[in-house]
Design a protein. Structure first.
Length: 311
């Protein structure tokens, strides 16, 4: 890749690089090679989004990690629904590994850990994630050969850089050593990730696609990266709001449940609160110099009264 991220351990590591140097000979026209070369720039942009950089440095709040897990749940539910639909379709069937790869069950365990038994009632799909989900459903139903791009982008990343993110999250969020909350990253039915990735690439290269179809798959893989980056940017925006909230002091931390836009404080921070919102009006009033002066005077009087009482 053009550049490398700094490893959490202090060294240099290509965290999101899916393809690794192999001893097996490959052809420049192999689909795995075309995807590797054709998505290099997208790899670089994805690993340099602020959300990913902060994550790798261990700077991720638990509430934001929960929202990221929600986004993954909706994404993989769509992807695996379409993979199940096309499991017998020759344009995708060789890449159908439900026992080894599917993540829906693991994500359900993580969401139950974070949100409780009624987690399904407490989550909803964000705008950026919904766009990603809609594209996956369109591909699965109308252009199933392009599912290869979405499966490659997600699962090969989960088996590569995802294993680094697992360790970072476990350490940064002080999650149990028994791996609750990070089951998404645990592949119990893959004993050797490197060997499995070799098998997956070999199956991908054996698919009977012409040059035009391969180019469309590479283009779709780049789209998949863009959808992921849009989700990262959305999370980063929420993350900045959470950081601002911590600096303000005195405001409750959003618990990650339900629609963050419905919380008056975060709606104000995200610029989504309407002029009729009481919280929005109160915040606007509190920013007026005269009101601030009056509030300061009140605080001084209260402090003096408290000091007198103590004495």
């Amino acid at each position: 890749m053009p550049s490398a991220l700094e490893s959490p351990e202090g060294g240099e590591e290509d965290i999101l690089r899916y393809e690794e140097i192999e001893g097996d000979p490959v052809s420049p026209m192999d689909l795995s090679e075309l995807l590797k070369e054709g998505t290099k720039e997208s790899h670089d942009r994805a690993e340099n989004t602020q959300f990913v950089k902060d994550f790798l440095k261990g700077r991720i709040k638990k509430e934001l990690f929960k929202l990221a897990t929600v986004a993954l749940h909706f994404t993989y539910s769509a992807l695996e629904e379409e993979m199940d639909r096309n499991k017998d379709n020759p344009v995708f069937a060789p890449l159908y590994f439900p026992v080894e790869l599917h993540r829906r069950e693991a994500l359900a365990k993580d969401l139950k850990y974070f949100y409780g038994e009624d987690w399904k009632e407490k989550i909803q799909c964000s705008e950026a994630t919904q766009q990603y989900v809609d594209r996956i459903h369109h591909v699965g139903q109308h252009e199933p050969e392009l599912l290869v791009a979405h499966a490659y982008t997600r699962y090969m990343g989960d088996l590569s850089g995802g294993q680094v993110l697992k360790k970072v999250a476990q350490r940064a969020l002080k999650l149990p050593s028994t791996e609750e909350g990070i089951q998404f990253y645990v592949f119990d039915n893959i004993s050797n990730a490197q060997q499995f990735k070799q098998l997956y690439r070999a199956r991908m290269n054996a698919l009977d696609f012409d040059k035009d179809t391969k180019e469309r798959i590479v283009e779709e893989a780049n789209k998949a990266f863009r959808f992921n980056m849009q989700v990262f940017d959305e999370l980063d925006k929420i993350g900045r709001s959470l950081a601002e909230e911590a600096q303000d002091g005195g405001f409750p931390v959003h618990d990650g449940k339900g629609d963050i836009r419905k919380c008056p404080y975060y709606a104000d921070k995200l610029g989504t609160a309407g002029p009729g919102c009481p919280f929005h009006a109160a915040v606007g009033l509190a920013r007026q110099p005269l009101v601030q002066l009056v509030l300061a005077a009140c605080v001084a009087v209260a402090a003096g009264a408290a000091a007198w009482y103590i004495l």
